[in-house]
Write a protein that binds this ligand. Sequence first.
Ligand SMILES: N[C@@H](CCC[C@H](N)C(=O)O)C(=O)O
Length: 268
Amino acid sequence: MALRFHKMHGLGNDFVVIDAREQAVTMTVGLARALADRKTGIGCDQLILIEPSAVATAKMRIFNADGGEVESCGNATRCVVSLLGGEATVETLGGLLDGRMIGGTVSVDLIEPRFDWDAIPLAYAMDTARMPLGWDDLTDPVGVNVGNPHVVFFVDDVDAVPLNILGPQIESDPLFPARINVNIAQVVGPNHLKMRTFERGVGLTRACGTGACATGVAAIRRGLMKGPVTIDMPGGTLVIDWAPGRPVNMAGPATHVFTAEADLATFQ
Ligand SMILES: N[C@@H](CCC[C@H](N)C(=O)O)C(=O)O
């Protein structure tokens, strides 16, 4: 059977987007992983399934490259809003997200952030065998949930941190039973950050939209800067804005690369 898909990306965080409203697709962990494989599949960081929604323009399901289904993906939300015509409400496991395209930029309101970390230090402090709230030189984190879970560390030099080594350790730390996305950020100017992300279920990516949202929120909450915050990642720049009690807003590009068909029989 032919499977029609769109290859898209947001700042180099790349997606295979399948519109399940126009073709029947039963997604499984194994199929998502096979399609995402860069050697034997199509290749992507996340596989995105668009389905009908009773409460929004469409529902977006998100599968990491390891096949696990997750709650939210900022870069993919911008891509889906552009595919849906440039103005849409997208239903996700992480909430209902409103997006609109203005010129070449897609602006999306994510949810009001939750600071899940606030509940953690007490339990953690009781575990005296462990270094409290730090992994090597990464200390004093902020835990932010913007639909999906993130931990953010502010450092002096993001390029000096071995995120390829620390990222997997933190992602799978028993402290985070659902695992976590790991972000490190450096203040490079007024309201301006440089950031890298080790994504849960993927690894190092060129950009992470929800990671940028979590990091912008963490910087504002720590009093390091005011919004809007410009965040440079290896794949490019997003602008994040937030005020307490409000949803976090993300603005940036969405790129459609090509539309094609894959032979589904190859993957079964
Ligand atoms: N690339 C994404 C985040 C995708 C999901 C994440 N890896 C998770 O497991 O929560 C983004 O742009 O937000």
